[in-house]
Design a protein around this ligand. Structure first.
Ligand SMILES: Cc1cc2nc3c(=O)[nH]c(=O)nc-3n(C[C@H](O)[C@H](O)[C@H](O)COP(=O)(O)OP(=O)(O)OC[C@H]3O[C@@H](n4cnc5c(N)ncnc54)[C@H](O)[C@@H]3O)c2cc1C
Length: 242
């Protein structure tokens, strides 16, 4: 409606905030953030991305876009139950559906409908590359600096072998959390037209504001509802009073 009366667009109308989610779940946001502890394989049983390029919060969107580019738009986080022992399991696995589980990689591959030889070869190559390398960047809170050596794509953190059965896997697809396109507004939340002039009486806050290009900055979506909603409300009230 705002665009129809001449409001200027802002943000990337062709893109969205991508998040790694479990397609089996009935929940609204069944994110799977545990994949950096293991590896991601596509339906061909092959790795395709650095699963641990940096702090997960800062990197999951790009990893998710790589998942979306795989055959069928799906990948599987493969790990063993030792690697899956993380400090806050409920924050890294928000799906209510248990992972696939098997005592052998071949058994896991059968459940995922992946060629068993391909999955075994991928895990073997990855395990061999986990030869206690370090990327030299250690930040205890976010990363561990354990990286692979001699494999492509490399894994820059959490490169520990997947070696102790049972093995588990979570399917992951790219979900749309929010779209990037919206309206252009001034810092006091007033919507502007294509010339940059304020459209009297029209405000934008939260999802109606276009803000993002290429990638989403964590935690800013509720924030832009709160901040610009408050500014818009005050401004509207003041102009009514005036
Ligand atoms: C799975 C998921 C996870 C998320 N995680 C985070 C996070 O961790 N951190 C973060 O900051 N953000 C997160 N977000 C984004 C955040 O939830 C939204 O950006 C925020 O809720 C948007 O608030 P809003 O008020 O702008 O819009 P909305 O919450 O969409 O509110 C719009 C309201 O307007 C109503 N409405 C629509 N049309 C009409 C109409 N014609 N007349 C009257 N009412 C109408 C709707 O019913 C709705 O209630 C997440 C979103 C999703 C989906």
């Amino acid at each position: 409606m705002a665009l129809a009366i001449g409001a200027a667009p802002c943000g990337d109308f062709g893109s969205f905030h991508a998040s790694p989610m479990d397609p089996r779940s009935d929940r609204a946001g069944p994110s799977i953030y545990i994949y950096p502890q293991g590896i991601l394989v596509n339906q061909n049983g092959q790795r395709f991305v650095d699963e641990g390029p940096g702090p997960t919060d800062e990197t999951y969107e790009n990893v998710t876009r790589e998942i979306n580019a795989q055959p069928g738009g799906i990948a599987y986080a493969v790990l063993d139950t030792t690697l899956a022992k993380v400090k806050h399991p409920e924050s890294v696995v928000r799906s209510e559906v248990p992972p696939y589980q098997a005592d052998t990689l071949a058994g896991l591959a059968a459940q995922l409908k992946i060629d068993a030889d391909a999955l075994e070869a991928t895990v073997a190559a990855y395990n061999k590359a986990c030869a206690s390398g370090t990327n030299g960047v250690y930040n205890e809170a976010d990363t561990d600096g354990l990286c692979t050596r001699g494999i492509s794509p490399r894994k820059s953190n959490w490169a520990r072998p997947i070696a102790k059965p049972p093995y588990i896997a979570y399917p992951i697809i790219s979900s749309i959390v929010l779209t990037f396109g919206g309206l252009r507004a001034t810092p006091d939340a007033r919507v502007v037209n294509q010339q940059g002039d304020v459209i009297p009486g029209l405000y934008a806050a939260g999802e109606t504001l276009g803000l993002y290009y290429r990638s989403y900055t964590g935690a800013t979506s509720v924030l832009k509802g709160l901040v610009f909603g408050r500014i818009a409300g005050k401004d509207a009230a003041e102009s009514l009073r005036g």
